[in-house]
Design a protein around this ligand. Structure first.
Ligand code: ZN
Length: 249
C-alpha cells in the first residue's frame, strides 16, 4: 500500500525533502506568474528562453524520478540516455505550448514527490548514478532537486532573487561550490569570502593562509550569487580588480 508520508527517519533528510519541496513550490509559483507571452522571452541563462528553462526543470524532475525508481526497483534507469538526448529534450520542450509546459512542470513535481514518498526507508542509501557519472546514494536526489529549483526560479528572471533563498540552502551550497573548485583543481582567485550576515564566516579560496589576501564580503546569499555566476549586489572587495569566480557547473 502506498505510504502517506515519507519513510524517512533521518532528520537531515527530512529537512532536505522539505527544502526541495518548498523550492519546487517556489519555482512553480514564479512560473505561474508569467503570462504566455513572457514564457517565450529570454531567461537569465544565455541561449535559453524561460520556456526552455521550465522544460529543463520539469525534465530534471523526471530524471530524478528515474533515479528514485532505480533505487526502488533495482532496475537501472539513468537520468538521461545521453547528453544529446537531454539537450534535444530541452530544445523540443522549449517549443511546447504554455499550458503544456505548466502541465509538464506540475506532473513532474507530483510524480517525483510520490516516488520519494513511497521509497522504503532502507532504500534511501541505494546507489545510483548522476548524469555526470557520479555514484551517489539516491538520497542525494533531494539536494540535486533543491539546487535546480531554487536557482532556476531566479534564472526565470521575473523577480526572484538570491535574497529569497533560505539560509539553510545558501549555507550548504556556498561551501560546496568552493569545495568543488578545489577538488577539480580549478584556478581560483587568491581571496577570502566573508559572509557579513553569518558572524563573519570566512571561506578561504587559497590554501596559503595568507593573512593579507583580499576579502570579498557581503551577505552570504550574494556571495553565492557571485560563486554560481549569477548577478549580485552589495558585495565589497578589498583588492583592486573585482575577482571573477571560476565556472561552477
Ligand atoms: Zn539545471
Amino acid at each position: 500500500m502506498a505510504a502517506r508520508t515519507d519513510n524517512v527517519d533521518d532528520p537531515q533528510l527530512k529537512a532536505g525533502l522539505l527544502l526541495a519541496r518548498r523550492g519546487s513550490a517556489f519555482c512553480s509559483r514564479k512560473l505561474y506568474e508569467l503570462s504566455d507571452d513572457e514564457l517565450y522571452q529570454p531567461s537569465l541563462l544565455s541561449g535559453w528562453t524561460r520556456a526552455h528553462l521550465a522544460a529543463h526543470v520539469g525534465y530534471n524532475a523526471r530524471a530524478l524520478t528515474r533515479l528514485t525508481e532505480w533505487a526502488a526497483t533495482g532496475v537501472e534507469t539513468p537520468m538521461y540516455d545521453s547528453p544529446e538526448q537531454r539537450n534535444h529534450e530541452i530544445e523540443m520542450g522549449g517549443t511546447l505550448g504554455a499550458q503544456a509546459l505548466r502541465n509538464l512542470s506540475d506532473h513532474a513535481i507530483v510524480h517525483l514527490n510520490v516516488e520519494w514518498r513511497d521509497l522504503p526507508a532502507d532504500a534511501w542509501g541505494k546507489l545510483v548514478k548522476t548524469a555526470q557519472g557520479r555514484t551517489v546514494p539516491v538520497s542525494e536526489t533531494v539536494w540535486m532537486r533543491s539546487r535546480e529549483v531554487w536557482l532556476h526560479a531566479i534564472d526565470l528572471g521575473n523577480g526572484a532573487s538570491v535574497r529569497d533563498l533560505p539560509a539553510e540552502f545558501v549555507d550548504r551550497l556556498l561551501p560546496e561550490v568552493v569545495a568543488l573548485w578545489k577538488t577539480r583543481g580549478d584556478v581560483v582567485p587568491d581571496i577570502v569570502l566573508r559572509a557579513d550576515d553569518r558572524d563573519g564566516l570566512e571561506l578561504r579560496l587559497d590554501d596559503s593562509g595568507d593573512a593579507s589576501a583580499p576579502v570579498l564580503s557581503g551577505p552570504a546569499a550574494e556571495l553565492l550569487a557571485w560563486a554560481t555566476g549569477r548577478s549580485h549586489t552589495g558585495l565589497s572587495f578589498t583588492g583592486d580588480d573585482a575577482p571573477v569566480a571560476p565556472r561552477w557547473l
